[in-house]
Design a binder for this molecule. Sequence first.
Ligand code: DGY
Length: 324
Amino acid sequence: MKPRVFVTRKVYPQAVAILQEDFIVDYRDTYEVADPDTLKRKLLLADGIVCQLTDSITAELLALAPKLKVVSQVAVGYDNIDVDAATARGIVVTNTPGVLTESTADLTLALILSVARRVPEAERYLRCGSWKRWDIDLLAGIDLNGKTLGIVGMGRIGQAVARRAQGFSMRILYSAPTPLPPALGDELRAQHVPLRMLLQQSDFVTLHVPYRESTHHLIGVDELAVMKRGAFLINTSRGSIVHEAALVAALEEKMLSGAGLDVFEHEPKVHQGLLALDNVVLLPHIGSATIATRTRMCTLAAENCAAVLKGERPKNPVNPGVLR
Ligand code: DGY
């Protein structure tokens, strides 16, 4: 009997085709998120699951999946999956790093440029008919040239952001648990500094750390208070890395000039305070959303799932200790 793979939500069809070569594929071809009862029912029979960041793969759910061997996430972040519980049950968890680095870095720069040059605000101004004439200070923003960019987390995406920022002649600081090898730090012209110093000196702070218990509210009341007055905060990682209510207060108090946010604490809910502010750019978690990248994320997740079910080593195990 062929192994059975449950695909929780709509994916690019190439991924389904890969799985169909060797497995029985139970494909929920819908954008609707599966409710917990559906997930329970489906996991009872599944050998593998291809899931998304909208699916909560809890310890309770995993306990009800007697055959499950692999949880394959279509994303680099996997904070929706209880990896410890999976590991305890010998279930491999995989993700899709690497393939979304450039797209996410592009969107980060799009947010930096948007807040610096007030692009969405200017477009709203024009569309609502407010534009009557050219004025010397109409929607004047700030230059990136010569400004300091603080990159919190210097993994693949942080480094790709640094490469782009060089093209804008920005000074680059970064904070990370361990510094980059000196040659790479030099190539990126990026200086390793403690987080506090980064926050004090940066005109733009951009977040590229994974969400963990240790990064929950990494940018909270105290961190926002030490940020350079008039700086901008950019977040394309996970919403809960920022204390959203504290950010709203800092923006309302004009401690910060603005923010560019692609992720939120309670997606798809967005804090009312953010919606009320003109100096923030708000996007619906589209950091990796190009057709090519999302297609590759889906096919990579399918390949990871297939590898585990065929007894091969998947390319991107999150808990490699489970693999013998
Ligand atoms: C991820 O991969 O974790 C993003 O948030 C979605 O691409």
